[in-house]
Ligand binder design. Sequence first.
Ligand code: UGA
Length: 439
Amino acid sequence: MYKIAVAGTGYVGLVAGVCFAEVGHQVTCVDIDESKVNVMKSGVSPIYETGLEELMQKNYAAGRIDYTTDYKSAYRDADAIFIGVGTPEQPDGSANLSYIATVARQIAESVENDCLVVVKSTVPVGTNDKVEQFIQDFLVNDVKVEVASNPEFLAQGSAVHDTLHAERIIIGTESKWAEELLMKLYEPFNLPIVSVNRRSAEMIKYASNDFLALKISYMNDIANLCELVGADVQDVAKGMSYDARIGNKFLNAGIGYGGSCFPKDTKALEYIAKQHGYELRTVKAAIDVNTDQKTMLYKKASKRLITFNGLKVAVLGLTFKPGTDDLREAASLENVPLLLEQGADIYAYDPVGADNFTKVHPEGQHGKGSMTYVSDVEEALKDANVCFIFTEWGEVKAVTPGKYKELMRTPLVYDGRNIYRIEEMQEAGVEYRSIGRKA
Ligand code: UGA
């Protein structure tokens, strides 16, 4: 078993650290935030993620994982140091690499043994070459340090499962030593490993995420056309899905993809291409479709209603997808300001995302409109003039069509996730509008 340090305790770092401990390695997770470190030591996960807390507690009790702000002691004699810090998007679409640079410098100043630095964060192609050079430039002791790429494919909400049962592990290395060490680290997971060079590994991450973003935008484009020609996008998707070359996943049309990955990684790859004088037209199209798609329902509702001024608007779901409290690039963040500007009185429900949303849109008056957070769906729907569904939480899906009819002043529902069958809503007497379907 190996001694592993992990830099950064966000989704990527913390989940990786916990899973390496789970398979038997000795792990130390490093974060600059002292209070976060103390929270993790007490067995509490700083992020909402199924199964994570249990594994944190189990492995902490077994002495296989610890958390610290003292990077020097964590890096000093580690066999491998995994970097899982953020690479946020900058205004021009490029990735901000300053967190990676900080960690690289700390590693260079701390390591006393030969060690492999493994970059898990999503980084522009060629970054790992630069990180390796950067570490060499600042290296204090006479030891061997190499850099490997090992992109992460976990999705929020199923991060632990995705890591322990990954469909593939991608490792990008430039030497036999690095390749063999990474293979050994991953041996206990017993998963398929694809070993390539560093630049290909970096590219695999972007190409995979952007392909999935393209798939969603393609279905949203088809959905919009379905509405115009009188077809039903869910039936179309079902018919397509039987072709094994297309598959049955990621064919759901809706109000666009959000989250911390697809929006960022599509823009980053477009930027990388531009830097090389190439226009990545397919990805650019995916981005354009997604931008328009996010406010599709608002545009539909604006045509139907004379004004939102003074209307009670129920908003069901705020997060970018169910199973997370993450709001990054969520469609709600585009639609809520538009509705408030138009004077809507919003009653928002989200089982876990409301706390984060209040930080952006606090409860109370916002110009002509107002924002109220409620803790159950029925309170949001009571006497509402119109309802928007932005996230397909189980709690939202559980609302029967009859409830909209019974509770709302006017049962007018705009569903961005195609949760209901059109017929059931019609039968219940609900005026129902969704994405890519007749209604
Ligand atoms: C995504 C990828 O799925 C992971 O493989 C990848 O590792 C991760 O990014 C990352 O780069 O870290 P994530 O952003 O957590 O994971 O969430 P997804 O479940 O992929 O959903 C992204 C967005 O697409 C959500 O807003 C979701 O509602 C939307 N989506 C997904 C659709 O609109 N339609 C679909 O059919 C599927």
